[in-house]
Design a protein around this ligand. Structure first.
Ligand SMILES: Nc1ncnc2c1ncn2[C@@H]1O[C@H](COP(=O)(O)OP(=O)(O)OP(=O)(O)O)[C@@H](O)[C@H]1O
Length: 299
């Protein structure tokens, strides 16, 4: 699969502080690329560099296979729709009026703008003043403004920030629908569960460095979920010298791979410890993330 965004050693330094450090990003075409990281890890700064809003201190950016340079930016950047930080839009104007400004500024066909409004399901509210919109509606208007130019790539900085679960679900469904229309989506968040549910590829930033990039499944493969051993006789199991913590229905054991799990079950069975069930704990992305960053952020 081709890459829509590639960066080589992308770095941004503010005075003596390195906000983004030597990033090699790879955003595959057609993906929802979940760009994850705690506050201040450098997500917005990275996105601003991709959009030509902030100049990199060092490194290169390729968009749609072509280097982003002062000469190429006017050709490449119109293919990107973006929403960075707070949703845009004038509160004293209606949704439709806000979109008309975008339409006039960029010289867009009215039908294209109308389609963006329908895609984000704001058509019924287009004549309301934006200051009376809910936060979710403002976010969707921001996405419509980004979509109006019919982009190949959508770059969204924390579009679910501050939304309730229903609003988050709406944005998630919308982004999935957009990739169905052939748009690549790069979306940042510190809401780990949120990214987990929609991203096909994940990049994790910590202190400006990329500590993981790859398919969601690969991320989980790096972290071994705890094992729960259900037994009415946990003391008998602990007597065998295994390292475990007590759970209401038995014991919890960390860090065992499949072979070590098989060994443990064999030892318990040989010692006639009754085992009712052995299962892996479901891990959220948050667990995996804490695991990675807690270990110093190195994979
Ligand atoms: N214009 C600037 N001047 C100086 N430092 C900056 C500037 N912009 C960002 N920074 C610093 O760079 C680091 C990364 O900030 P950035 O906003 O990119 O992080 P983030 O991951 O997007 O976090 P958040 O979700 O809180 O916005 C922070 O330490 C921030 O204070």
């Amino acid at each position: 699969m081709g890459a829509v965004v590639t960066t080589h050693q992308l770095t941004k330094t503010f005075k003596s502080h390195t906000a983004v450090d030597s990033l090699d990003l790879h955003v595959p075409e057609g993906a929802i690329y979940g760009f994850l990281g705690p506050n201040g890890s450098g997500k917005s700064t990275t996105m601003k560099m991709l959009l030509g809003l902030t100049r990199p201190t060092r490194g290169e950016i390729e968009l749609f296979g072509q280097p982003l340079t002062p000469a190429s930016r006017t050709k490449l950047l119109p293919s990107i729709g973006s929403m960075i930080e707070a949703p845009p839009g004038y509160g004293h104007l209606t949704g439709a009026e806000n979109l008309r400004i975008v339409q006039d500024m960029l010289g867009l066909p009215p039908a294209q703008v109308e389609r963006a409004l329908t895609t984000v399901r704001l058509h019924a509210h287009k004549d309301k003043l934006v200051r009376n919109y809910s936060l979710g509606m403002k976010q969707r208007l921001g996405i419509a403004m980004a979509l109006a130019r019919d982009p190949s790539l959508l770059v969204l900085d924390e579009p679910t920030n501050g939304l309730d679960p229903a609003g988050i679900e709406e944005i998630r469904d919308l982004l999935v629908e957009l990739t169905g229309q052939g748009i690549t989506v790069m979306v940042s968040s510190h809401l780990l569960d949120e990214i987990d549910k929609m991203a096909s590829v994940i990049g994790i930033l910590a202190n400006g460095s990329l500590i993981f990039q790859g398919a969601r499944e690969e991320l989980f493969a790096h972290s071994i979920p705890d094992l729960i051993i259900e037994t009415p006789e946990p003391a008998a199991a602990l007597d065998l010298g295994i390292t475990a913590t007590r759970e209401p229905d038995g014991l919890r054991v960390s860090g065992l791979d499949p072979d070590q799990t098989a060994d443990l079950v064999y030892r318990l069975a040989a010692a006639r410890v009754p085992i009712h069930q052995v299962r892996r704990v479901q891990q959220s992305l948050e667990d995996v993330f804490m695991d990675l960053t807690g270990r110093g952020g190195l994979l």
